[in-house]
Design a protein around this ligand. Structure first.
Ligand code: DX5
Ligand code: ZN
Length: 220
């Protein structure tokens, strides 16, 4: 069983005019990773930022940078994101054709390799990569936007995934992303989740540090 609990604020809802301060706030609250949502306007209907911004974030924090690639053909940019300072790269199962090859490539580049699945994608699509992957990201909203409502069936999915991990003595971390708030975070944690991506429920608050502390305490 993996009992690590990591709060990974998503900067998607942060004030981009003052990113270093916004990151400092969550660091002070006990955040362990910084989650970056990369969107290309094609794989998802929204556009965010690329390696240049990741590089700028690398300069202002020592925390691991967790990059979530919601883009077409992520293979073409893996190296750019690792050079920019990403510590983990997560690709979507729905987009990558040669998943084994892509995971191997990410690991060769020296980063942790993650695979994300959308709410409608079943767990069994990951059957053959669970021994080589470092993290599995369960999307609990349809990707593209912050501030959406948590899809309840994600709890069952996380429980099932934690059971599979146990049975196979696999080592990957389970990460949840989308709609996490202070009401549902405990249940998701109990289901076996290790990494909690939280955007809106931290960055929409007046006191970002206090909101982070609350999540840290809720999952520990
Ligand atoms: C959704 C992104 C998430 C999301 C998290 O496409 O991957 O990281 O924005 O934000 P909240 O917590 O606001 O759902
Ligand atoms: Zn994300």
């Amino acid at each position: 069983m993996n009992s690590q609990k990591i709060i990974a604020p998503s900067i998607l809802t942060a004030d981009f005019s003052n990113l270093s301060q916004q990151i400092r706030y969550v660091e002070l609250g006990g955040a362990k990773w910084i989650h970056c949502d990369i969107m290309d306007g094609q794989f998802v209907p929204n556009l965010t930022f690329g390696p240049i911004v990741v590089k700028a974030i690398r300069k202002v924090t020592k925390l691991p940078i967790d990059v979530h690639l919601m883009i077409k053909n992520p293979d073409a940019l893996l190296e750019n994101f690792v050079s920019a300072g990403a510590n983990s790269l997560t690709v979507h199962q729905e987009e990558v054709v040669h998943l084994n090859r892509t995971i191997t490539k990410i690991k060769e580049l020296g980063a942790k390799a993650g695979v994300a699945i959308n709410p409608a994608t079943p767990l069994n699509t990951l059957d053959d990569i669970l021994e080589i992957v470092d993290l599995v990201l369960v999307m609990s909203v349809n990707p593209g936007f912050g501030g959406q409502r948590f899809i309840e069936s994600s709890v069952r999915k996380i429980k099932d995934l934690a059971e599979i991990r146990e049975k196979r003595s696999a080592k990957f971390l389970i990460e949840v992303d989308g709609g996490i708030d202070i009401q549902n975070v405990k249940e998701v944690s109990k289901a076996g989740c290790n990494v909690f991506v939280i955007g809106n429920a931290i960055y929409s608050k007046d006191n970002i540090t206090a909101a982070t502390v609350e999540f840290v305490n809720s999952v520990s």
